[in-house]
Write a new protein. Structure first.
Length: 328
């Protein structure tokens, strides 16, 4: 994916994840939802790869596949030099501490019957041989790291605001000192005033701990601020991947151009100079994606070859990749 002598921390090749569709009394398989349909990318140690796209395009599925929360259909997932796509049982469990996830809904992902201290210490109890005092000390350190007062350890999730609950989720993800964290829209369920605080916290933790992120989000402005590189996804496939500034200043794929044209401008006086690209029609079903380029049914520049042949994923610039027949 990149011309670099550095070995990536995460290397994904031709990843596919299809969910079967069953019908009838005999539960016969009649098709499959192609949530992820053959994508490849690298994430290097200490960097943040942003992943953007419309709802239902497969972003969250990618994150769960990379962490092996799903048994993937095919492809290769290498984490820190070890192939994990085919790991199971004790071998996969032994790899879990190196990879963690921050979930979208901070209320749904926290057990309402457990105290904050118990929630944060649960990974330590499962994966580390520590005394009760050692776990309590570690929980206090983690609460300090995410900006929560230690006295809150005996409280329950419902006693906290959305931003505080997300900090609890972040502390739990950090408990086992992971190398790689998937942030699955961690700010989507938060108030705008709280979103910046959580993003700043993630940046600070990355600087202090050398963390590597896959940051999944709808918020293109926040991704530009946080990510080193950005991948754009449509209907289970990547359409473009580039360094953040390159993608935002010189998008090549028509879908990327349409997404970026919809980003609100902070200065209303300058917003009038941006040509909005309105995509017609609805996103096709991932159970029956179009032939050729999956975007051709909505693309304002589609030509005949787009309907017949799927575009090749290729390098179009320095660290810039895309899949489009119209890109020179």
């Amino acid at each position: 994916m990149l011309d670099s002598a550095e070995e990536p921390l995460v290397r994904v090749r031709d990843l596919k994840m299809h969910f079967p569709i069953y019908k009838g009394l005999m539960k016969r398989q009649v098709g499959a939802v192609k949530a992820v349909d053959g994508i490849s990318f690298d994430i290097f140690e200490g960097e943040t790869l942003g992943l953007v796209g419309e709802s239902g395009c497969g972003k969250s599925t990618v994150g769960r596949c990379v962490l092996r929360l799903y048994d993937i259909l095919s492809g290769s997932v290498v984490l820190d030099g070890q192939e994990i796509a085919d790991l199971n049982g004790p071998d996969l469990r032994a790899k879990r501490p190196e990879m963690q996830m921050i979930f979208q809904d901070p209320q749904a992902c926290l057990n309402p019957r457990m105290t904050v201290g118990s929630i944060i210490s649960e990974p330590l109890f499962e994966h580390k041989k520590m005394t009760k005092e050692e776990r309590r000390s570690k929980v206090a350190e983690l609460m300090d790291a995410v900006g929560l007062a230690r006295r809150f350890a005996d409280r329950y999730p419902h006693e906290f605001s959305g931003g505080q609950r997300q900090r609890i989720g972040i502390a739990r993800a950090l408990a086992l000192n992971p190398k790689f964290i998937v942030c699955d829209e961690p700010i989507a369920a938060l108030d705008v005033s709280i979103q910046a605080q959580v993003v700043n916290l993630l940046e600070d933790l990355q600087d202090k701990l050398g963390l590597t992120y896959l940051f999944i989000s709808h918020d293109l402005s926040m991704v530009r601020h946080l990510a080193d590189r950005v991948a754009v996804m449509y209907l289970g496939r990547f359409v473009e991947l580039a360094p953040s500034e390159t993608l935002y200043t010189n998008p090549q794929h028509p879908y990327t151009q349409a997404l970026l044209s919809a980003v609100p401008h902070p200065d209303p006086a300058q917003a009038g100079g941006v040509d909005r690209i309105i995509l017609k029609g609805d996103v096709p079903s991932p159970a029956a994606p179009p032939t050729g380029c999956t975007f051709h049914t909505r693309c304002p520049r589609a030509i005949d070859i787009c309907k017949k042949d799927a575009p090749e994923w290729r390098q179009i610039g320095d660290g810039h990749f895309g899949a489009c027949h119209l890109i020179d």
